[in-house]
Write a protein that binds this ligand. Structure first.
Ligand SMILES: Cc1cc2nc3c(=O)[nH]c(=O)nc-3n(C[C@H](O)[C@H](O)[C@H](O)COP(=O)(O)OP(=O)(O)OC[C@H]3O[C@@H](n4cnc5c(N)ncnc54)[C@H](O)[C@@H]3O)c2cc1C
Length: 411
């Protein structure tokens, strides 16, 4: 019979953005220190996953009302983190969504408007030259439409992770770094056994927030989530006009192209203006990815800035790579492995856009672990949906190989 001396009530596998938040919420909501453990295969704050760097966009502008509702919860949850730690992690610089008039991207902006209307979120619509009038850094163009939302902003991602971990420890959580979870099995007494590179741990419930590695962990509980992992990158430009593009003056921006979205973040955390292509990178695995910037995508971003935000261009400071882990419909997975006999294994996949929600998703996963009612509609994030169960499900995103980018002559 298996005898486990390392006993915890709750174990979180993976301490990236979502895991660190979950660890904090679990530790805070289980008074009396009943035992919460976070296990991380690398050093905390490592750059191999999806959650590092200075900034991530936070916004209400989504097509689905579920995400807008979750965004409201996210802002509140980040405020709680700031209140509890005394450290600011969210900066409301404002947010812009921009598209060319009379394109399918303009239609997408309308779906954002609908979802924000349903949730009572205010925004401002700008047309043609109005964008330049409100934000003179934009080149004057008559063929653009835009939505401005004043609460849009950035989350200091690296800092937020560190703050979550320090708060978790304050509330009694243990954190084990350099420890890889190899498998999860069922003990004869019904508890879960987590086998790691540093021995076995028993617990009542597990939350798996393992990012690009999640299927390695879930294999032992009979779950496979079809995900596409891509190597993404962001480039920082050393604009000479820093004051114009700093986070106190300039919003984040998402430009919705016909095939690709391009996003920019104002100067924060270093002196560079940040730009990236959403889902622009090649498909990789955590072991095949590299850390070498792709010059084609850097050039593409530079050309974009020259056309739309010419005063932001300056020498390239650096380009940083990072991983997206996307389901085929790009919606989250927030569910349990109950269908394979493990209702006590809770799973989250962030689908390449979860950071803004990390604070509230940690609360949701905690509610699930503590068997409380989840105050959000998480049904769309079930494992039992075509994007997960249908092997022929068509991906809702376009892979960004080089030929595709070159074919995108029209920004
Ligand atoms: C360039 C880029 C820009 C982005 N921009 C935005 C944005 O503007 N707004 C937004 O909301 N989102 C954005 N995202 C997406 C967002 O950052 C990610 O969805 C999110 O950070 C993923 O968090 P995670 O905790 O799920 O995964 P990760 O941060 O990857 O964490 C998973 C952790 O699990 C650990 N782990 C894995 N397997 C094991 C194991 N077996 N044992 C122990 N530990 C394990 C890993 O080491 C890792 O630390 C962006 C992502 C990238 C790459």
């Amino acid at each position: 019979m298996h005898c486990c001396t390392n006993k915890y009530d709750y174990i979180v596998v993976g301490c990236g953005g979502v895991g660190s938040s979950t660890l904090y919420r679990l530790a805070k909501n289980t008074p009396g220190n009943v035992g919460v453990l976070g296990i991380e295969q690398f050093q905390l704050g490592h750059h191999y996953g999806g959650s590092q760097d200075h900034s991530r966009i936070i916004r209400y502008s989504y097509s689905e009302k579920e995400y807008v509702a979750l965004a409201k919860g996210a802002y509140d949850a980040w405020s709680e983190v700031e209140e509890d730690s005394g450290i600011q992690v969210v900066y409301k610089c404002g947010g812009l969504n921009v598209a060319l008039k009379n394109t399918s991207a303009e239609e997408r902006l309308k779906t954002y408007a609908n979802a924000m209307d349903i949730n009572g979120t205010e925004y401002e619509s700008l047309e043609g030259i109005q964008l330049h009038q409100k934000f003179p850094s934009f080149a004057p163009k008559s063929n653009l439409v835009a939505q401005y939302q004043k609460d849009g902003g950035l989350v200091d991602s690296a800092l937020a992770n560190a703050v979550h971990i320090q708060l978790a420890r304050k509330y009694g959580a243990d954190v084990l770094e350099h420890t890889t979870v190899r498998k999860i099995t069922r003990a004869p007494d019904g508890k879960l056994i987590v086998s790691t590179s540093n021995g076995d741990f028993c617990c009542k419930k597990i939350v798996v927030t393992a990012g690009a590695w999640l299927n390695d962990v879930l294999k032992s509980v009979g779950v496979h989530i079809p995900v596409t992992v891509t190597q993404e990158q962001v480039t920082y430009f050393g604009t000479p006009h820093m004051k114009e593009f700093c986070h106190k003056r300039f919003p984040h921006m998402i430009y919705h192209g016909e095939g690709k979205d391009i996003y920019t973040l104002p100067i924060y955390g270093n002196s560079g203006f940040k730009i990236g292509i959403d889902a622009g990178g090649p498909e990789v695995t955590p072991s095949t990815r590299n850390y070498t910037p792709d010059p084609v995508r850097v050039k593409y971003c530079e050309e974009f800035l020259k056309e739309f935000l010419p005063r932001s261009v300056g020498p390239i400071l650096y380009t940083k790579t990072c991983l997206y882990t996307m389901t085929s419909d790009r919606h989250f997975v927030i569910d349990t492995a109950s269908r394979t006999g493990f209702p006590d294994v809770i799973i989250c996949c962030g689908a390449g856009h979860v950071f803004k929600f990390a604070a509230v998703v940690g609360k949701v996963l905690t509610d699930m672990a503590l068997e409380r009612t989840v105050p959000y509609n998480i049904k769309p994030f079930s494992l039992n949906r075509p994007a997960i169960t249908d092997p022929n499900f068509k991906k809702s995103f376009i892979m960004g190989d080089e030929s595709h980018l070159q074919a995108m002559s029209k920004l």
